[in-house]
Structures are given as C-alpha cells and as structure tokens.
Ligand binder design. Structure first.
Ligand SMILES: Nc1nc2c(ncn2[C@@H]2O[C@H](COP(=O)(O)OP(=O)(O)OP(=O)(O)O)[C@@H](O)[C@H]2O)c(=O)[nH]1
Length: 163
C-alpha cells in the first residue's frame, strides 16, 4: 500500500499565530514533537494540543494525533519520564512514539504508524521491524598527510578508469 503524505512543519512559530489554525484545520494527522531532555518542550505540548482540538472543532474529521518524544539518542539526559509521556497519551488517545531525528531511529516508523492509523490499517511485523533498522556509520579518520598529489608526469592521462 503506497501512501503520499504532505507534511507541514509548523514548529518554531509561537502559539496564537494567525495562520496556525489554517494549517491544522482538516489535517488527517498531527505529530506533537517534543524533546525528551527538555521538560518545557513537553509542557508546551498541552497548549499545542488544545490548539489542534480547537482548530478542528468545526471540522468533520478529527486528526490522528501522535505524541512524539524526540532525541532518544540522549536517553541518559532524559528529563521527561516515560510514564508522564504515556499518561498524556492514554488520557488523550494519542499515538505514543519515541524517535531520534539525529540517528533516524524510528523516524520512518513514526510516519508509517500515523499513516496506518489514519487509514485504519494494521502494520505487519515485517513493516515494523524493517523501519526500525538503523544503519550506523563510523567516521574513519584517515591520515591527512598522504603527501602531495604527484604531478611529475604531466603526460599521464587524467582520465580515471575504474575496472
Ligand atoms: N541529539 C539530538 N539532537 C537533535 C535531535 N533532533 C534535533 N536535534 C538538535 O536540536 C536542535 C533543534 O533542532 P531543530 O530541528 O531546529 O528543532 P525545531 O523544533 O524544528 O526548531 P523550530 O522549528 O525552530 O522550533 C538542533 O541543534 C538539532 O541538531 C535528536 O534526535 N537528537
């Protein structure tokens, strides 16, 4: 099943901006993203969630709302306890998710989950496992001083052929 999502990032704006409800009205899904190492960012979501509900008061469709704890790569610096997050989800029927935008951990799955919820389909095990796979790349520090590029033989062809 292929789904096309149109995603609007409306973060960075202050709540109460005049255009905000125009983006939110009629949305099929909303991701409320906070930083698990920043308690204030979690607290702010209560107001953002109220705005989402208010903006859609007169809409026929209510968006699937997901609470997304970002920066799970910084688990050791977490200040928002997981049970606080879960309670907020349970009380408001939100789809609970944790991601790391930095490592990519569960980011794909996050969008897949919301899309599946909107469509009312279940993700199968393979889909869930596949989107959780992270490829970690190590930076290799090659010696910088390999010497100057040899230039003595200017007759040599400059074409590099890979065989
Ligand atoms: N360690 C870590 N840092 C992250 C992660 N996601 C974002 N950051 C860092 O957090 C800072 C803020 O990221 P932004 O993407 O600007 O956050 P934002 O909420 O979109 O910002 P606004 O749209 O301006 O509200 C940047 O320094 C990012 O590099 C993450 O998953 N892990």
């Amino acid at each position: 099943l292929n789904v096309t999502l149109q995603v609007w990032d409306i973060g960075g704006q202050t709540l109460g901006g005049k255009m905000l409800d125009k983006y939110v009205y009629g949305a099929h899904g909303v991701l409320l993203v906070y930083d698990i190492t920043n308690y204030q960012s979690f607290e702010n979501l209560e107001d953002w969630f109220s705005m989402v509900k208010k903006a859609n008061e007169e809409s026929n469709i209510q968006p699937v709302v997901s609470l997304v704890g970002n920066k799970i790569d910084l688990e050791h610096m977490r200040t928002v306890k997981a049970d606080k997050h879960q309670r907020f989800c349970l009380e408001n029927s939100l789809v609970s998710q944790f991601v790391s935008a930095k490592t990519g951990d569960s980011v794909h799955l996050c969008f897949q989950r919301v899309a599946a919820e909107i469509l009312g389909v279940k993700l199968n095990k393979a889909e869930i496992e596949q989107s959780q796979r992270i490829v970690k790349a190590e930076l290799v520090d090659y010696p910088q001083d390999e010497g100057p590029i040899r230039q003595e033989n200017t007759q040599q062809s400059k074409i590099c052929s890979v065989q």
